[in-house]
Ligand binder design. Structure first.
Ligand code: ADP
Ligand code: F6P
Length: 319
C-alpha cells in the first residue's frame, strides 16, 4: 500500500493520540503516505481528510482526547453513507485504514474491508470491554483518574463519618468499576455483570460497621445507575449520612499514563505493519502482554468473561 489513513471513532480515550502518532510514524518509516480522517466515519463521508507528516504528530503523545476528533456516525451505517465514504477513499487514494475505537467502530471497519478498503482495528475505549483484547487504550488512565477522584471523596467521607456512593463510567461493562473499587478499598462494588441487591450492600455496610468501620465507599458502574436513590435508601436503612457522586466525563480526559502511551504505540505500530503487508479486515490486541491480531469477524464474535475471581478478591478484602 502506498497511502493509508487513520481515524478515531466512538468515545474518545486517553492514549488515542499516542496511537495516531505511532500509526503515522510507522507508515512513513515504511515509505507510505498517511492521511488523517477527522471526526471518525463522518470525516470519511464528508471528505474531511488531511495530510499528515512526521511533524504533524509531534507533541501529542502525552495529550488526552484525540487531535483527529471523534464522532458517532449514524449515517455511516446507511448504504448512502458507506458509498460516500468509499468514494472519498478512492478520491484521496486511500488504500487501507487504521480505525482506532471500540466494537462499534470495528463493525464499520469490517464493512469497509468487505467493500474493498482493508481496515485494521486498534482497541481504544476506557471501558476495556473489547472481547478480542485483554487491554484497551485508555483503561489505565481512566482507572487512575477514577481512583484519584474517589480518594478525594474518601477524605471528606472519613471526616464526616459518611457513606459515599460513587458512579464510575461503563454503560455495559464493570471492568473500570471493579478495578477502581479494589484500588479505593470500596466496601461494595456493583457491576452490570453480577447481580447485586442493594439490601446485600446495606448488610455489608452494617456488618463492617459492627467491627468499627465508620466511613464507606460504594462504587457503582454506570450501567447499574441510580446512585442518588441508592444513597437515600442506604441512609434510611443504616442511619449513616450518605452522599452520591457521579464522576462522569472527567474519566475520559487527562494525560495518558505510561501504560496507555506504550500500549497505544505498540498497537498502532502493529496495525500499520499488517496493512503494509496488504493484510486488512483484522484487529490488533494484547494477550498475555503480547501483541496479537485476529480476523474482525472472529474478534466481534469473541466473548470476554467477567473476572469473577477478581470480584471475589474485592469482596473478601473489603470486610
Ligand atoms: P465504539 O467504537 O466506541 O464501540 P460506537 O458503538 O458508537 O462506538 O461506534 C462508533 C461508530 O462505528 C458508529 O457511530 C458507526 O459509525 C460505526 N458503527 C457502529 N456499529 C456499526 C455497525 N453495526 N455497522 C457499521 N458501522 C457501525
Ligand atoms: O465507551 C466509553 C464511555 O465513556 C462509556 O463508559 C460511557 O457509558 C459512554 O462512553 C458515554 O458516552 P458519551 O457520553 O460520549 O455519549
Amino acid at each position: 500500500m502506498k497511502t493509508i489513513a487513520v481515524l478515531t471513532s466512538g468515545g474518545d480515550a486517553p492514549g488515542m493520540n499516542a496511537a495516531v502518532r505511532a500509526v503515522v510514524r510507522t507508515a512513513i518509516s515504511l515509505g507510505m503516505t498517511v492521511k488523517g480522517v477527522r471526526r471518525g466515519y463522518n470525516g470519511l463521508i464528508e471528505g474531511d481528510i488531511v495530510d499528515l507528516d512526521v511533524r504533524s504528530v509531534s507533541d501529542i503523545i502525552h495529550r488526552g482526547g484525540t487531535v483527529l476528533y471523534t464522532a458517532r456516525s449514524p449515517k455511516f451505517k446507511t448504504e448512502e453513507g458507506m458509498q460516500q465514504a468509499i468514494e472519498n477513499c478512492k478520491k484521496h487514494g486511500i488504500e487501507g485504514i487504521v480505525v482506532i475505537g471500540g466494537d462499534g467502530s470495528y463493525r464499520g471497519a469490517r464493512d469497509l474491508s468487505l467493500r474493498g478498503i482493508p481496515c485494521v482495528g486498534v482497541p481504544g475505549t476506557i471501558d476495556n470491554d473489547i472481547s478480542s483484547t485483554e487491554y484497551t487504550i485508555g483503561f489505565d488512565t481512566a482507572m487512575n483518574t477514577a481512583m484519584e477522584m474517589v480518594d478525594k471523596i474518601r477524605d471528606t467521607a472519613q471526616s464526616h463519618d459518611r457513606c459515599s456512593v460513587v458512579e464510575v463510567m461503563g454503560r455495559r461493562a464493570g471492568y473500570l468499576a471493579l478495578q477502581c473499587g479494589i484500588a479505593v478499598g470500596a466496601t461494595a462494588i456493583m457491576v452490570p455483570e453480577i447481580e447485586t441487591k442493594l439490601s446485600d450492600v446495606i448488610t455489608k455496610i452494617q456488618d463492617t460497621q459492627k467491627t468499627g468501620k465508620k466511613h464507606f465507599i460504594i462504587v457503582v458502574a454506570e450501567g447499574i445507575g441510580g446512585v442518588e436513590q441508592m444513597a437515600k435508601e442506604i441512609e434510611e436503612a443504616t442511619g449513616i449520612e450518605t452522599r452520591a457522586t457521579i464522576l462522569g466525563h472527567v474519566q475520559r480526559g487527562g494525560n495518558p499514563t505510561v501504560r496507555d502511551r506504550v500500549a497505544a504505540t505498540q498497537l498502532g505500530y502493529a496495525a500499520v505493519k499488517l496493512l503494509s503487508k496488504g493484510i486488512g479486515n483484522r484487529v490488533v490486541g494484547i494477550k498475555k502482554d503480547e501483541i496479537v491480531d485476529y480476523d474482525i469477524y472472529e474478534a466481534l464474535n469473541m466473548k470476554k468473561p467477567f473476572d469473577d475471581d477478581m470480584y471475589e478478591v474485592a469482596h473478601t478484602t473489603s470486610i
